[in-house]
Write a protein that binds this ligand. Structure first.
Ligand code: ADP
Ligand code: MG
Length: 240
């Protein structure tokens, strides 16, 4: 089966000469829930930036469901939904409009765009906030708004860049459950995190990135074994 994401020998050298990615290669299979673990500055956001064409790569190949982003980015991007690390919406725009506008970018006709906006705002618990300007939302609500916006065109691959950083425990748990459900319905998910526990609770496979290189690419089970930890039935765990 074609990989959901295939990255081959990816390099990124920023304009100041800093080599942020030094030959990343990575395959994520369809249906997987995949964690990219790594400390701050490892290159996680740079990698995501390249996948969604916000960061220009220096060299290497990236394919999304078999489509090379250099050959046909507009086709590749239909399959990608991204939740960036930083809030990047217009603080004065209303919640409903933010999601609907995104649907418009993906060419959804107005009526369908509105239906989808309603569907995802409801799923993310934001329907009663739909007339509010985004700056009025709490941090957790903004994070959920970014998830609704990333899903509105129903991409096959959802990429989340540290989605639960700074999110309180209760919301973190409900976001985890939401992501598990989305994954169970067939969406491939890639999540960056520096919480091992988050990867453990959600993911099957994991890559560890450090200083621009993949230093491990394995299953979460094997990683935990290696770290000498027991694997629990994760859904029922209480901590974090
Ligand atoms: P992570 O998301 O894993 O924390 P990033 O991909 O954001 O890491 O950053 C990787 C490295 O690239 C860091 O050392 C960061 O300082 C550097 N970096 C990121 N963006 C730029 C930029 N625009 N110019 C120069 N260096 C950058
Ligand atoms: Mg980052």
């Amino acid at each position: 089966m074609t990989a959901a994401l295939s990255i081959s020998d990816l390099h990124k050298c920023y304009d100041n000469g800093f080599e942020a990615l030094k030959g990343i290669s990575l395959d994520v299979q369809q249906g997987d829930f995949f964690a990219v673990l790594g400390p701050n500055g490892a290159g996680k956001s740079t990698t995501i930036g390249v996948i969604c064409s916000l960061v220009k790569k220096t060299s290497g190949k990236v394919s999304v469901f078999g489509t090379d982003i250099d050959d046909n980015f507009s086709l590749a991007k239909q399959n990608i939904g991204v939740v960036p690390q930083e809030f990047n919406f217009n603080q004065f725009e209303k919640v409903f409009d933010i999601v609907k506008t995104q649907a418009g970018y993906f060419g959804l006709p107005s009526k369908l765009a509105e239906e989808r906006t309603e569907k995802y705002l409801k799923q993310l618990g934001l329907w009663d906030k739909r007339h509010q300007r985004s700056r009025m939302l709490s941090g957790g609500m903004k994070r959920r708004l970014m998830i609704a916006r990333a899903l509105v065109h129903e991409p096959r691959l959802l990429i989340l860049d540290e989605p639960t950083a700074g999110v309180d425990i209760e919301l973190r748990r409900s976001m985890w459950q939401f992501l598990r459900d989305i994954n169970a319905q067939g969406t491939t998910i890639i999540l960056t995190t520096h919480y091992l526990e988050e990867a453990e609770s959600l993911c099957r496979n994991v890559a560890i990135i450090d200083r621009g290189q993949i230093i491990q690419n394995t299953t979460i089970k094997a990683l935990l074994k290696q770290l000498n930890k027991e694997v629990f039935i994760l859904d029922t765990r209480e901590e974090l």
